[in-house]
Design a protein around this ligand. Structure first.
Ligand code: ADP
Ligand code: GLC
Length: 475
């Protein structure tokens, strides 16, 4: 089974969020099943060239704006599966990987070049698996190509929705020269009066997946469908929710090279050392009995920062340390800065994208991990937290609801604390509940161990993807 996984980010090459973790882990996990899964990505400036191998593929013919371009691809084995990178500096040598005015053009080119590569290699994919709006172009193009290009006649498409809030919107006037100006492709893209790469992928794909079962249901409602719920309801028989896994080769406190001391569910003593180390890193007093509340996230509306802002003062009054790592909207970065300035002995902040080590150190050293998301397709940090004995306090939405089980002191079961309504009061109440149990030495280690022993490995998810690919291949 040949699977071409197209993605705009993947660990260990380039990452802004969970999509990279997932794209890096899935092909490796599929490798256990004797599939031939290969990754295709843009070659951004941000990718460390030392991860590439010596292989260069020259002269891949890519038709673009009426001309045939000879495009070069570079290669790597660092993801544990073959990875190919489209070398097009005009599009990908930029200070940021997203957020350019011509993103739709950049990723349309990427999509076209990725398909051209499979042809150049004479490697006929059974499934092209596109992820999020940047790959919507490839999914749309593939359906069109099947009409006239025999190479792709038996290739099916899976389009994975990691976040329906990002729709790849652009001026519909550009559809002409991107090659999607005629019906039916043009209509597939149209969302009111703009074009959406996400919508086109949703319509064109042979199957759709999202990253948790609850999110798969939520996006079919007007409240969570970001204006596309009608389409997802219409395609619900082709939509499946597969919960992301955790790559325990990377996120494992027993072997993690980034943390001050390794520890496990059987012996948590190293976690105390990690806590001291974390306090030191943020120049906070080394009071290891005081709880540390942590958050790592992109600073965007999705992640619940407006709730945190509302309860920041009462959180500080609990006496807990608050450590935040985040990059994104200036409004939230300013808020974090103010919070730190008010209580420099209690609040530790890192504004910006920190890379892997600091994220691991926070997971290892914190006591509780906060995810009050407005919506959360899956969420990975709550699962990393559980493995590191860091108890998640989350809002019951999307994958957070599917993966965190509320602690029940009567039975001793549960892995964290969950609140329902998107309200500051509900968040604060849950946080107080978690702090109450933190102070009870009979309960807290139980909650930690419950989380640490949950198996969220990729094996189960990879098997579901494989079954889906096999079903598609039979269509
Ligand atoms: P999302 O994909 O919506 O950002 P996830 O929980 O799925 O949310 O994944 C977020 C990933 O990005 C995690 O691996 C997290 O550790 C990482 N991350 C987020 N923000 C930062 C940051 N500022 N610095 C380092 N890692 C970050
Ligand atoms: C998205 C979602 C996040 C999910 C990640 C990987 O960025 O916001 O919830 O975990 O993709 O699927």
């Amino acid at each position: 089974m040949r699977i071409a996984i197209l993605t705009s980010e993947a660990v260990p090459f380039v990452k802004t969020g969970g999509l990279a973790d997932v794209s890096g882990a899935l092909p490796k996990a599929l490798g256990e099943h004797e599939t031939d899964a290969r990754l295709i990505l843009p070659l951004y400036d941000q990718i460390d060239r030392r991860l590439l191998n010596d292989k260069i593929i020259e002269n891949v013919s890519v038709e673009w704006r009426g001309r045939v371009h000879a495009v070069r691809f570079l290669c790597s084995d660092a993801a544990g599966a073959p990875a190919y990178f489209v070398h097009a500096p005009e599009f990908f040598a930029r200070p940021n990987i997203y957020g350019c005015q011509d993103d739709h053009i950049r990723f349309a080119f990427f999509s076209r070049a990725a398909l051209a590569l499979t042809k150049h290699l004479d490697w006929q994919p059974d499934v092209v698996h596109g992820n999020d709006w940047p790959c919507g172009f490839a999914v749309a193009e593939l359906r069109a190509r099947r009409r006239y290009d025999s190479f792709f006649q038996n290739t099916k498409t899976l389009f994975s929705l990691h976040n329906v809030g990002y729709q790849g919107l652009f001026d519909a006037g550009d559809l002409w020269w991107l090659g999607f100006g005629d019906a039916p492709e043009r209509d597939d893209f149209m969302l009111e009066r703009t074009a959406s790469a996400l919508k086109a992928g949703m319509i064109a794909a042979d199957a759709l997946s999202t990253v948790s079962p609850r999110y798969a249901r939520e996006i079919q409602t007007p409240q969570q469908g970001h204006g596309l719920d009608w389409l997802l309801r219409a395609r619900s028989n082709r939509l499946i929710g597969i919960t992301n896994g955790v790559d325990y080769e990377i996120w494992n406190p027993e072997t993690d090279p980034h943390i001050a001391a390794n520890f496990s569910a059987d012996d948590l003593s190293g976690k105390r050392e990690c806590k001291i180390d974390l306090l030191r890193r943020f120049s906070l007093p080394e009071e290891s009995d005081r709880p540390i509340l942590a958050i790592i996230s992109r600073l965007v509306g999705q992640k619940g920062y407006d709730l945190i802002q509302l309860v920041a003062e009462p959180i500080l009054r609990t006496g807990a340390f608050f450590i935040a790592l985040g990059a994104g909207a200036k409004e939230y970065e300013d808020f974090l800065q103010r919070l730190h300035d008010v209580a420099p002995q209690q609040v530790g902040i890192y504004k910006g994208y920190a890379g892997e080590p600091l994220a691991h150190q926070i997971e290892a050293g914190a006591d509780m991990f906060l995810m009050p998301s407005r919506y959360e397709p899956c969420g990975l940090n709550q699962m990393y937290s559980m493995r590191y004995g860091t108890v998640p306090v989350v809002r019951a939405t999307g994958g957070l609801d599917d993966t965190v089980q509320q602690f029940d002191p009567r039975t001793g079961t549960g892995t964290g604390f969950k609140f329902g309504p998107y309200e500051a009061g509900a968040l604060l109440e849950k946080l107080r509940e978690a702090l109450y149990f933190y102070a009870r030495p009979d309960d807290w280690p139980k909650i930690q161990r419950n989380g640490m022993t949950v198996d969220n490995s990729w094996a189960a998810a990879a098997k579901k993807y494989l079954e889906l690919y096999q079903e598609l291949a039979k269509l």
